[in-house]
Design a protein around this ligand. Structure first.
Ligand SMILES: Cc1cc2nc3c(=O)[nH]c(=O)nc-3n(C[C@H](O)[C@H](O)[C@H](O)COP(=O)(O)OP(=O)(O)OC[C@H]3O[C@@H](n4cnc5c(N)ncnc54)[C@H](O)[C@@H]3O)c2cc1C
Length: 390
């Protein structure tokens, strides 16, 4: 056993591979249901990751159900969303509660503390070796044996919370996708007072720059593009409004990049293996819903395991991210068609009520089909004839 590496328990009901937000949320939800679990994470706390770091109000709400209540002092409260491009701008406030921008290491620390408090076993800086395959021999109690830090551990359920490139997904034969497309995100923090109480999404010709306030003196800036070879040094030149705000500000964090995938799997669970978080599919980062989806999945997964089967989780899973996928598809259509993007932003800027209703639908406060039915004809007409005011 390498020095500084923890001993795994001899046996656990649920073995969770990956201790990012999804794995820790799953551990908390399981412990809240009284189910024993062990998380194996390859990295050390507190884990950083390229992320917009914005938790929408629904994400905060679900997190509170997991016992993590984010305070204003954990980050920076934001009140709504603003979309803009070089010519047009539109914003809307959230219906009730605020969202919050929180640095990933802070969020990771809070989730870790809560998971420990609930009694989950957490093994950071640790390695797992799974049995030869999912159908490898089980003992009388239906348990299989894996190796963690070269020591054996028995488990009944295996949970893959190991992110976009999940090896558990491959191991369990759950790689079959209905849909998969990739974009690339690059994150930088700047030391500057937030200039807006909104998360700003700036639409450019090749991607979006979005800005989340994450502290009194800190903003998180993420550029998302389809082009993995984009010249990052020149990105701000395409967004002069943001560049003016950041002029002279110090870069406050190591720059990081990550893939953001729109991925839908045919199935997210076998009879004893469940995928959660990005391992189980994801909506594009522009939706700002990745974390909220993981937290909702964690609660559903714990209910399912408490009932003794993964059927409930399998049935619920796609519904938990349907809205994010629909909104993501709308925004990716705008991303792919710059002329449509400009017209849509122009039309929204002159009809902010439509933007507000769409945002409220995105938050689940209105039904998206009802908004579309009510607004589509008028909006489509304005979009077609002029991309201008009614
Ligand atoms: C550019 C970008 C911007 C984003 N912006 C937002 C946003 O503003 N708001 C939002 O809600 N979401 C956002 N997201 C999405 C969000 O970051 C993800 O949905 C979230 O990180 C998913 O958490 P996860 O735990 O599933 O995966 P991850 O955060 O990737 O965690 C997986 C963990 O598994 C560990 N692991 C992997 N393999 C193994 C192994 N074999 N053994 C042990 N450990 C392993 C990794 O070390 C990692 O810690 C963004 C994503 C990107 C890429």
């Amino acid at each position: 056993m390498p020095i500084g590496v923890a001993h795994p328990p001899l046996s656990t009901e649920a073995l969770i591979i990956g201790g990012g937000p999804a794995g820790l949320a799953a551990a908390i939800a399981l412990r809240q249901r009284g189910i024993d679990c062990t998380v194996v994470e390859a990295r050390e706390i507190a884990i950083d990751k390229a992320c917009g770091e914005g938790l929408m109000p629904d994400s905060r709400e679900t997190l509170a159900r997991l016992g993590v209540t984010l305070q204003a002092s954990d980050g920076f409260l934001f009140r709504g969303i603003r979309f803009s491009n070089a010519a047009h701008s539109v914003h809307a406030r959230f219906p009730e509660a605020a969202g919050i921008g929180v640095r990933r290491p802070r969020l990771h620390m809070l989730l870790t503390e809560r998971a420990r408090q609930t009694g989950a076993t957490l093994l950071f800086n640790s390695r797992v070796q799974l049995p030869a395959n999912e159908h490898a021999t089980r003992d009388r109690d239906g348990y299989q044996t894996a190796t963690v830090n070269v020591e054996p551990i028995r488990f009944r359920w295996l949970i893959g919370a190991d992110g976009q490139a999940s090896s558990v997904r491959r191991w369990a034969g759950l790689e079959d996708v209905k849909k998969c497309s990739m974009r690339y995100g690059f994150r930088t923090h700047y030391q500057v007072s937030p200039w807006s109480e909104y998360v700003e999404v700036h639409w450019g010709p090749k991607g979006q720059l979005y800005v989340t306030p994450v502290g009194d003196e800190s903003v998180c800036v993420v550029y998302i593009t389809r082009d993995p070879r984009c010249n990052r040094a020149n990105v701000l030149a395409e967004f002069p409004e943001v560049a003016a705000h950041l002029h002279g500000a110090e870069i406050a964090s190591q720059q990081r990049g990550a893939v953001t995938a729109t991925r839908k799997l045919r199935s997210v669970a076998t009879s004893s293996v469940a995928l959660i978080g990005d391992a189980s599919g994801s909506a594009d980062a522009i939706t700002g819903e990745g974390l909220a989806i993981s937290f909702r999945q964690a609660l559903a997964l714990a209910d399912s395991i408490a009932a003794g089967s993964l059927d409930y989780y399998r049935a619920e899973h796609s519904g938990l991210s349907r809205l994010a996928h629909t909104m993501g598809a709308l925004m990716l259509t705008m991303d792919g068609w710059p002329a449509l993007q400009d017209r849509a932003l122009c039309t929204l800027a002159h009809n902010p009520a439509v933007f507000r209703e769409l945002l409220h639908a995105h938050m689940g406060h209105r039904r998206l089909p009802a908004v579309v039915l009510r607004r589509a004809a008028g909006f489509g007409w304005r979009l077609l004839i002029q991309g201008a005011p009614a």
